[in-house]
Design a protein around this ligand. Structure first.
Ligand SMILES: [Zn+2]
Length: 392
């Protein structure tokens, strides 16, 4: 007690010397207290000013930052999920769900304007509505003249966050081709053309539901859009006017809708970062090659996702000799639903099996030709691709 009392006295003496004569210990204490209080108030004031300046800057940055859609898509970088994250993400893919819940209801005739088409529209919409991510689903219906008279077509559109500046677009076609003359019509189920692709898309958003929900809550710059096209097939001979009914209609529509909403210079078409089209998937050991120089870096991500999943032992019935995504082979574009978008300058990644299955456009294109392990493996590759692109 004595020691501390001596120390206190010394301190009081020093303080009194600094501030001039001080004869009363209590006065010294009060002055010391006031001095400390002033210093604290000064510090608090400075800190407050700095913080409020930062906040003002941040708000100004947000309001001033106008998305540069063209530049932002060119400079977009994929995220780098760890091995543990990749394992967790692909473990959500469920083959049984893909096959029974998503694919089976699609394996009916789905000719444009038919009852089968309507049943499939309901199947796809109700699955998307049941997910927790909160998709905005819309049926884009329109009439078009065809060699068989006017027909009603319906694209199914689903956007995770319609207000996001940019979109990664994932598409397939759900309609089936009418085979043979009208009086001897054959039943064509189009398993690989393109029911499997549509089922894969449904499984992708189901497996990633929680992650997509978070992405939407974070108001991310890039969101996901799904398009299930109607009327890809020709009614007779394929021609510029008899085929791609749904995609021609949608590309035209998107080119007229300003985006962001009040924009004078950019439309929904500019909002598409990348148009990823799946088609003719389902046969074993498929080969996919790159069709476009300007999206080669994204095709590389598919190659690397496939390799990574194989190295992690996450692919089934798979040998390295038969890799799906082939490097350094560039093939001329194949006409498909991406064409009307490509012609308007949208970057495209066309995931179509080449060469085409031998049973293309025949009644042989049925579920028994679908190789389950291949479809599951490809779905896993796409899970990694989406997770990297969207930063899930
Ligand atoms: Zn076809």
């Amino acid at each position: 007690f004595e020691m501390s009392s001596i120390r206190y006295k010394t301190a009081a003496f020093k303080l009194s010397c600094f501030h001039g004569p001080c004869h009363q210990r209590r006065m010294c204490r009060v002055r010391m207290f006031l001095l400390c209080l002033c210093i604290l108030l000064g510090m608090a004031l400075t800190l407050g000013l700095v913080l409020s300046a930062n906040e003002t800057n941040r708000q100004e940055n947000i309001s001033v930052r106008v998305p540069d859609l063209n530049n932002d898509k060119l400079t977009h970088r994929p995220s780098k999920p760890t091995a543990a994250q990749v394992k967790r993400l692909v473990s959500q893919v469920n083959w049984g769900r893909l096959w029974y819940a998503h694919l089976k209801p699609l394996l009916i005739e789905r000719n444009p304007g038919s009852r089968g088409s309507l049943a499939v529209q309901r199947h796809i919409s109700s699955l998307l509505d049941s997910l927790s991510a909160g998709w905005s689903v819309e049926i884009d219906s329109f009439n078009s003249e065809t060699p068989r008279g006017p027909i009603n077509f319906s694209n199914i559109l689903a956007v995770l966050d319609p207000m996001a500046p940019r979109r990664l677009l994932l598409a397939c076609h759900y309609d089936t081709k009418i085979i043979g003359p009208l009086d001897q019509k054959q039943v064509f189920l189009g398993a690989t053309d393109s029911a499997v692709s549509c089922a894969m898309m449904l499984e992708l958003v189901t497996a990633l539901d929680i992650h997509l929900k978070k992405l939407k809550q974070q108001s991310a710059q890039v969101t996901l859009q799904l398009v299930f096209f109607d009327g890809e097939e020709a009614f007779e001979e394929r021609s510029p006017t008899d085929s791609l009914y749904g995609s021609r209609h949608l590309a035209d529509y998107m080119s007229q809708v300003p985006h962001p909403p009040a924009s004078e210079h950019t439309t929904l078409l500019h909002a598409i970062d990348l148009f990823v089209l799946l088609d003719l998937i389902g046969a074993p050991s498929p080969t996919f090659v790159n069709h476009f120089e300007n999206t080669a870096r994204w095709f590389e991500r598919l190659i690397s996702a496939e390799k990574r999943l194989h190295n992690l032992g996450l692919l089934s019935s798979y040998s390295t000799e038969q890799t799906y995504f082939k490097k350094d082979i560039i093939m001329a574009p194949v006409e498909d639903d991406h064409t009307p978008f490509l012609q308007r300058g949208v970057p495209v990644l066309h995931i179509i099996a080449t060469p085409f299955p031998s049973y293309l456009h025949s009644v042989e294109d049925t579920a028994d030709k679908v190789h389950s392990d291949t479809v599951e493996n490809l779905t896993k590759v796409l899970v990694v691709f989406l997770a990297e692109y969207l930063g899930l």
